[in-house]
Write a protein that binds this ligand. Sequence first.
Ligand SMILES: Cc1cc2nc3c(=O)[nH]c(=O)nc-3n(C[C@H](O)[C@H](O)[C@H](O)COP(=O)(O)O)c2cc1C
Length: 233
Amino acid sequence: MSKKIVALIVILLIVVVGVVATLLLQGNSNNENQSEENRNLIAETEDTQNNETINNVNTESNETETDTDTETDTQNGKALIVYFSQSGNTQTVANFIHEAVGGDIVRLETVKTYSSNYNDLLDEAQEEQRNNARPELKTKIDNIEEYDTIFLGYPNWWGDMPMPLYTFLEEYDLSGKTIAPFVTSGGSGFSNTIRTIREYEPNANVVEGLSISGSSAGSSQDEVEEWTSSLGF
Ligand SMILES: Cc1cc2nc3c(=O)[nH]c(=O)nc-3n(C[C@H](O)[C@H](O)[C@H](O)COP(=O)(O)O)c2cc1C
């Protein structure tokens, strides 16, 4: 073999080795990019799951916690959704509000347990009204001063708020805050409850409320969103 041919073969070998090496390196960096993307995805998923956990914890334990919701930074400041619900209708609306405005959500629970029998509950609620009762709240909100807007929700009970709402309004001073009331009912709507809230919280700005029929709570999401955006959220 002539020296020229040997040299040519050596050059060819060097080129081939170079090309193979370049391809291998590219493959590696692609894999690294891929696993970086996967990590980000998992992190995002974990983030979402963590946020959901916080929201669940809020509902379950009745403690309010600040989550990382940026939607709360509207002109109306930070929102807290406080609601009482016996059979779940008001809770459904409360959750739609939470989805729309962010912030924190807390269910008002009493130390006593209301009857799960509808007729007994009717009697119990009527009796409490007659006695102007103030059922003790199990739920405590330690950081209410952090919130600018309080969405306050309850079912209509005998043309009024359930008595635990009176306990709440007496326990917490909402001066300087905006109160956005919402109610679910069998048709009575708010009755006189807006006026009552204004009496109990004379230094709060009580804005136009949202009344939803209990039977259509589950399909009220659009109406809820219209209302919250009319309030600037
Ligand atoms: C004790 C009691 C009293 C009620 N009184 C009224 C009433 O006066 N007017 C009305 O329209 N609905 C009345 N309802 C129906 C509730 O307001 C309605 O079912 C509401 O959506 C229940 O909300 P919740 O599922 O969040 O507890 C009453 C229900 C109960 C349990």
